[in-house]
Design a protein around this ligand. Sequence first.
Ligand code: PLP
Length: 357
Amino acid sequence: MTPKLFNPGPVDVSPETFAAMSHTMIGHRGKDFEDLYASLQPGLKEIFGTTRPVFLSTSSAWGVMEGALRNLARKKVLCLCCGAFSDKWIDVAKKCGYEAEAIQVEWGEAIDPESVRAKLSEGGFDTVTFIHSETSTGVLNDLEGICAVVKSFPDTMLIVDSVSSLSTVDIDMDKHGIDVCLAGVQKALALPPGLCVFSVSEAAMERAKNIPNRGYYFDFIEFAKNDAANNTPTTPALSLLFGLQYILGEIAKEGFAARKARHAQTNAMIRAWGAKHGFPLFAPEGRRSFALTCFATPDTLDLSAFIKTLKMKHHFLINGGYGKLQGTTFRISNMGNETEATMQALIDAMDSVLASM
Ligand SMILES: *Cc1c(COP(=O)(O)O)cnc(C)c1O
């Protein structure tokens, strides 16, 4: 039996979502598709907190993470690094041929906005990469603080990855002056992987116009041109878009505020469960994600036996730490469709496994 995923991405996809995705194929150059595209905009704009269009990229998040650099970076990129995903961005920047420097903090720590101010004050940086919820460590970085600092440096573009935060907390893209905000749909939006949603500020669109060699597949100018006709540059992942339409309908029914409250509540349940067993939280107080929880593995816990028994006996899969944190941490997701009832079922199963160890 395939286990139900409480892994922080991809997460569990509901049967209703799969049903929506099995919609008959439609041509993507016609009115049916334009209507589908347009129907997604209000719901996406709400969760991004923007009046700008939200573009649909048939790729995983890294496609747009790399693409954003190719559209905006001129010469030198500052990468704010605090975990596996944010650390990788500096390698990607270098592979794209940019000069890149990192502000590197220990995994499990958050980025201090004042360190960003100090680094940008040295001069020369034209683009900053930032991950809001660093999924490998469970850290929710200070989005407002980082945005305020980067905005105080004119002509410096801020690219924000909100893969595991979009729809769990406010992003407020316009209010904070984010230039590019992007998210893969296999995390908090609980869809299968293969689609990345992203929005681009007016200033970033202006900047992109004068950047040479943007390529084609991720060219923001192409996305904007097609968006004006409710379309995408290339054939979109239509099934995923039908799934997204369903999920956005669910978010509208639940209400964005209620959805955020649900994530806060289900996350609090997992934190309380950990506290009961004496499992320390890996991320610092006040900077913890509401979409997933990362615990430091205590010496007294046989983590691999715990995860294995939970999977074999109860068919629930949690994650045993990402990258170099494998074994020393473990992570539990409460993203997507999880409710108090489904999280309670996981907690009961985890308690039963711990009691048997
Ligand atoms: C999962 C995740 C990604 C991964 O992106 P893919 O291209 O879908 O593999 C990027 N950033 C964060 C913060 C993530 O959690």
